[in-house]
Design a binder for this molecule. Structure first.
Ligand code: GSH
Length: 230
């Protein structure tokens, strides 16, 4: 579905939220035109397409109004292309469960990495790492319940939570390396550790995962320029 000019994605290569949308587009074999944004000097197209948050990703579908916010974008993609890699499950309760954990991941879990990146005092860093340990234990339990002994949150194939959390794996590993930490510790969270390996080697994600140089230069930008990144 979709010819290149029909779907356009405004993004920046190091953004896990952008990678999330690219992961979903790739799974669903939706062709798209990718437009790289330089966030220190946002384009008119980005500012007019996402005037509320002024953030990437933004999905432009033909001449329809722009779609902003990565979770909303991937739900939209799931609705327009339900036949291939249906991300949200069909049962209402399962969908509600996915949305619950997706909100937890974006609002509670991932912000800890931003907090760790910004915290310079050792005691503060250790306190955040403790919170990360508790959060990953909760995610391990959620994974065990939802995967039913299979490789992914979605079971045998990648589902909504695999896309929502999977996009952060590379970024998390980078923050871990800088902070002498191991989020996906094989002893503490064995199932999540296996999942992280599986999802990050999935071709649809691997092909959009930023390399270390991209991450290093993006972290440098975050250091100099202090926007309301979340
Ligand atoms: N909740 C948003 C987060 C998107 C986001 O934080 N994007 C960052 C890049 S990683 C951005 O565009 N930041 C620009 C800014 O904060 O000015 C989503 O899920 O799409």
């Amino acid at each position: 579905m979709g010819n290149e000019s029909e779907i356009r994605l405004l993004g920046t290569a190091a953004s896990p939220f952008v990678n999330r949308v690219q992961f979903a587009l790739n799974l669903k074999s939706i062709k798209y035109e990718y437009i790289e944004e330089y966030l220190a000097r946002k384009s008119e197209l980005l500012l007019t397409s996402n005037p509320v948050h002024k953030k990437v990703p933004v999905l432009l579908h033909a001449n329809k109004p722009p779609i902003c916010e990565s979770q909303i974008i991937i739900e939209y993609l799931d609705e327009i292309q339900p036949d291939l890699f249906q991300l949200l499950p069909s049962a209402s309760l399962d969908r509600a469960n996915c949305r619950f954990w997706a909100a937890y991941i974006d609002n509670k879990f991932f912000p800890l990495y931003e907090e760790l990146r910004r915290t310079t005092k050792k005691a503060g860093q250790e306190a955040i790492k403790e919170q990360m340990i508790e959060a990953t234990k909760l995610l391990e339990e959620a994974f065990v319940k939802s995967s039913n002994g299979k490789a992914y949150f979605g079971g045998d194939q990648v589902g909504y939570l695999d896309v929502v959390l999977g996009c952060f794996v590379r970024w998390i590993k980078h923050v871990d390396e800088l902070n002498d930490f191991n989020t996906f510790d094989e002893v503490r969270v064995p199932e999540l550790a296996k999942w992280a390996k599986n999802v990050s080697s999935h071709e649809a994600l691997k092909s959009v995962t930023p390399g270390v140089e991209t991450l290093v230069s993006f972290f440098g930008l975050l250091h100099i320029y202090k926007p309301p990144y979340q």
